[in-house]
Design a protein around this ligand. Structure first.
Ligand code: TXA
Ligand code: MG
Length: 328
């Protein structure tokens, strides 16, 4: 069949010659690379680099910051970033490499971007089985943050051309590994507590996981409400009350600025008014200012366009009145 090369397919590369090495160095310099995993294609960026992670959200045009999966070559590397209890380790030993993502607490000194966790104290980790994904992890020698490589709202891509059509020129390289074998996303398990929770169905059946862990908690289920950690919080919420669109600091409050004309700020999301830089700084800076010495956190107006939509979405959630007990 005669194949016409579409404009949008120019950045698709077969893994021959030094392509993987090139992809690895692109990741090392903060660029994005789409790559195949056994589940779906991922849109990869250096998970240590806030700015690369912000670029992922920008390329996906997601109106909100959901935490992303961090891909690593093996369990040993995963344990550098996350805390694995006995169950988590057993699940990893059973199903990795493979279509299982484990959400675990971040290590205290975890160097991963806070944006990758959307500000949460947890991180989602996965060891992919696809040989190209493994080769890329080795070439980059970095943890790779990667959501499915589609625009927000579109279906997950299972061939390189889907990625090209969905994301096109916004990424530097698409590695072509042919069609994905599993074809749907990884199963996501909350392995932060004693009893594991079922967060997203996917490539590994719930029953196969329950054969190891016993019954899984389902999302929203909270068996012994007051003391149980329950299911994961889906958003980071600062302890301090948060005020948006502030032009002045409230007495005793911290001020998180944006842009060159911001009033005297404690921290500025982006002096030059760059939304990608602001996204990269958002969670780390909120955390830095969320301290007892302040009575509130006042945030400058953020333009509601591009990544500003996702930034404002998160700020609005952070400023919403907290429910009793502080749980969301
Ligand atoms: O198969 C897959 O999982 C693909 C390939 C590329 O690995 N990736 C993928 O990523 O589907 P994404 O970003 O589209 O989905 C990540 C899922 C979301 O449902 C997200 O809410 C959940 O994982 N997740 C990630 N980090 C989390 C966290 N810290 N706590 C709770 N859920 C988390
Ligand atoms: Mg997705």
């Amino acid at each position: 069949m005669h194949h016409i090369v579409m404009e949008s397919e120019k950045n698709i590369f077969k893994p021959i010659g030094n392509t993987i090495a090139k992809a690895g160095s692109l990741l090392g310099s903060g660029q994005l690379v789409a790559f195949p995993t056994e589940t779906v294609y991922g849109l990869g960026g250096n998970a240590l680099d806030d700015s690369a992670v912000a670029a992922i959200f920008k390329a996906k045009a997601r109106p909100s910051f959901n935490p992303l999966i961090v891909h690593v070559p093996d369990l040993e590397t995963a344990e550098r970033y996350g805390v694995f209890n006995a169950q988590a380790r057993l699940l990893a030993q059973t199903f990795w490499p493979g279509a299982l993502t484990l959400v675990v607490p971040r290590h205290d000194d975890c160097p991963l971007s806070h944006l990758v966790s959307a500000g949460l104290e947890t991180v989602a980790l996965r060891v992919p089985a696809h040989p190209l994904a493994q080769d890329l992890l080795k070439a980059a020698d970095l943890p790779i943050a990667a959501p499915s490589a589609n625009r927000s709202g579109a279906v997950s891509p299972t061939i390189a051309e889907h990625v090209a059509h969905s994301l096109g020129d916004s990424i530097d390289m698409i590695l072509d590994g042919g069609p994905c074998q599993v074809g749907l996303e990884s199963t996501v398990i909350d392995a932060t507590g004693e009893q594991c929770g079922f967060l997203r169905p996917g490539g590994i059946a719930k029953e196969d996981i329950e054969a190891i862990t016993g019954p899984l908690l389902s999302a929203g289920e909270d068996p012994d409400a007051p003391k149980s950690p329950g299911m994961l919080k889906s958003h980071y919420a600062p302890n301090l009350p948060v005020y948006l669109n502030c032009s002045a600091r409230k007495p005793g409050g911290a001020f998180l600025g944006f842009g060159p004309h911001s009033i005297q700020s404690d921290l500025n999301l982006s002096e030059k008014g760059d939304l990608q830089e602001a996204a990269a700084n958002l969670f780390a800076m909120m955390r830095q200012l969320d301290r007892d010495e302040f009575s509130s956190l006042c945030v400058a107006p953020i333009p509601n366009e591009g990544l500003g939509l996702a930034i404002n979405d998160r700020l609005q959630r952070a400023s919403a009145p907290k429910e009793k007990g502080g749980e969301e």
